[in-house]
Design a protein around this ligand. Structure first.
Ligand SMILES: NC(=O)c1ccc[n+]([C@@H]2O[C@H](COP(=O)([O-])OP(=O)(O)OC[C@H]3O[C@@H](n4cnc5c(N)ncnc54)[C@H](O)[C@@H]3O)[C@@H](O)[C@H]2O)c1
Length: 249
């Protein structure tokens, strides 16, 4: 096997479509075996049919259910070996400021976007400790680097992901386990397909293709990032660098 992540088993939550699917394609092209966990089972299975059953498997995973996580890790381990890498990618966004946000939508957003990351970490950590190595990649957002208008629950969850990331980096570093957060900006996926948004706020003046994020995931999954832990990596075309819309004086 050759490639930058040759021989590694990577579990990707929400890997059936969008960025998670792009990460799966990129990682397989560099020698990994991927486990695609999603509530969208048909999408996950279609991706496995594309990648090939020797290097990919699809499992039903609802990230809010710890028993489900345990079963997925057991199935992944039986087939490809215990995950070397976990990409906590599954996520949703909901709208609303603190005044108007629906309380049930708030709870659901926190449950999927933040508690899901905690449960995934909990499910893989003992096995990674046993191996003495691991890389956990938590997908936050630029909404976890700055405030985000009209996204109270989403921003709170994505900032929470950063807190859990840095804390887990401290807790598990001595076991050779690295934990990092990734902060995508505007990326073309099914999640953002319905959004009307301009790109003037982005210094590079455009949105990203999903694979542009996958390149960073590949680096963090590989041993090339062996000294990176507790980090926050923006892949946002400069969107959080400053106010790109400020008028010239
Ligand atoms: N697209 C963007 O511009 C953008 C920007 C910043 C951060 N993000 C984050 O990147 C991640 C991926 O987003 P995307 O744009 O590819 O979205 P997407 O909607 O295309 O993909 C998300 C995947 O997560 C799955 N999912 C949702 N709830 C789940 C659950 N309870 N259990 C398991 N799987 C579940 C969905 O079925 C879907 O396959 C998310 O965490 C999102 O918040 C996206």
């Amino acid at each position: 096997m050759t490639g930058r992540v040759a021989g590694k088993t990577v579990l990707i939550s929400g890997g059936g479509r969008g960025m998670g699917a792009a990460h799966a394609r990129r990682l397989v092209s560099e020698g990994a075996r991927v486990v695609i966990g999603d509530v969208l089972v048909d999408e996950a299975e279609a991706l496995v049919a594309e990648l090939g059953p020797d290097v990919a498997m699809a499992v039903r995973l609802d990230v809010t259910d710890y028993e489900n996580w345990r079963r997925v890790v057991d199935e992944a381990t039986a087939r490809f070996g215990h995950p070397d890498v976990l990409v906590n990618n599954a996520g949703i966004f909901t709208r609303g400021d603190a005044e108007i946000a629906d309380i049930e939508e708030w709870r659901r957003t926190i449950d999927i976007d933040l508690t899901g990351v905690f449960l995934g970490t909990k499910a893989v950590i003992t096995g990674m400790k046993r191996k003495g190595a691991g890389s956990i990649i938590n997908i936050s957002s630029i909404a976890g680097l700055v405030g985000f208008k009209n996204r109270a629950a989403y921003a709170a969850a994505k900032w929470g992901v950063v807190g859990l990331t840095k804390t887990s980096a401290l807790d598990f570093g001595e076991f050779g386990i690295r934990v990092n957060a990734v902060h995508p900006g505007s990326v073309r996926t099914p999640l953002t397909a319905g959004l009307e948004r301009g790109f003037g706020q982005i210094p590079l003046g455009r949105d990203a293709a999903a694979d542009e994020v996958s390149q960073l995931i590949l680096f963090l999954a590989s041993d090339e990032s062996s000294f990176c832990t507790g980090g926050s990596f923006a892949v946002d075309g400069g969107e959080t660098a400053g106010n790109n819309l400020r008028a010239d004086a």
